[in-house]
Design a binder for this molecule. Sequence first.
Ligand code: GRF
Length: 215
Amino acid sequence: MLKVGVLISGRGSNLASLIAACAAPGFPAQIVCVISNKADAKGLDHAHNANIPTHVISHSAYADKESFDAAIDAKMNEYDVQLICLAGFMRILSGWFAERWRDRLINIHPSLLPAFPGLHVHEAVLKYGAKLTGCTIHFVRAEMDHGPIILQAAVPVLADDTADTLAARVLQAEHKAYPVALRMVAENRVNVFEERVFVTDAAASGDALFNPQIS
Ligand code: GRF
């Protein structure tokens, strides 16, 4: 059983999808702790309901980013965490943290990286007029929203989308994708070679997704 620590800052719907996946019989990972940098993060309720230990490590309680990150690192080690999942964690972790947890720290981002990193992703996608967007689960490197990609899901952008409707469609894909990526990592099927991920025993659909659809 891979021991997983999850870092959140808010709503925690991805956390909820990971908790649900881990509850399934035979799932190869177990969430051993959830840490939020915000005491009022709604996502903490999902952990409480599942009897998962939670900790609030507030960034504002620390003099600098280094000591905040060190507190997270120490807490993860207390629980013998083997993999950290970022799930809507809104702080940028230090380079040394990303290095210490290299290939043991994954993130979900609501776009097809490297397109549209950062915040206000769906607004940026709509403004640009991209016809396909999606989500990405990737290993974390020091540079924000960057690192070897484990899994991506493509989602069409509809003509009448608002940032909210697009976010909701992408979120559905996120909730399917993150547990699958976690399973693949926990099954030791994910290997990083020269900063690219190779997944063993993984099939890919050869079909293209068109938007607008072609006949
Ligand atoms: C998700 O869209 C995730 O991709 C991004 O932040 C959002 C978090 O949502 N990193 P939630 O807290 O998991 O509901």
